[in-house]
Design a protein around this ligand. Sequence first.
Ligand code: OAD
Length: 234
Amino acid sequence: MLSKKKLIVLTGAGVSAESGISTFRDNDGLWEQYPVEEVASIEGFQRNPQLVLNFYNERRRRYKGCQPNNAHYTLAKLEEYFDVRIITQNVDDLHEQAGSSKVIHLHGELMKNCSVNDTSTTYPVDPNNSDIHIGDLAPDGFQLRPFIVWFGEAVPMIEPAIEWVQTADFFAVIGSSLLVYPAAGLLHYVPSDSPIYVIDPKEVTANTNREIHFIREKASTGVNTLAHLLGVSF
Ligand code: OAD
């Protein structure tokens, strides 16, 4: 049997926008309401841990009840036709909920916690008791913190992500402004003869000389256009 071609997908906040989760840099995006350097950096956490814990406690509460949308489900369905691998910058687990089986989270996961002393061991969050308070301790005896890769921290999952991208037959970006590195730099590892697609209703500037096939649609319909361009009709 022929092995399936590899479709590697980099997703950003836009893929979850239609599930009711705010993006970061759109009008009314999260970074307009909260200074990113205060709530999403390691220095911000060291300066004011309460503020940062409050921010992520609020994110978890708002996330409760959010459902995958057609974009997540279609990517999962495409596994029948392709070896689909998803590299997401999102901290939600909507790709997994929709049934995608190969997902790398570059920036951590909202429904996991870790300790300030060890960010590589994670603990699942109880959805009914999801707040972290100052003084809540991880099993290693150190303060519990969200399992989020903050600005100023290493991105350990970038290495396996690069390995996936280097094997891409097709590469797609869905709902990312491509402004945050190292994620945006993954474009540079796409093999030279593999087409690159970008699904986003707004113009996105990709930092590459490569030809990009832009699909100027929302994620929920853009994935169907992508599937069609790849020769799949559901
Ligand atoms: P951004 O908020 O920077 O970009 C979201 C993109 O989604 C924009 O290009 C929008 O036009 C697009 N978009 C909005 N609605 C959409 C829809 N319905 N369908 C498709 N696209 C849509 O989010 P990211 O690029 O994901 O990191 O941001 C990257 C990282 O920056 C995040 O992971 C986060 C943030 O700071 C951390 O917090 C560590």
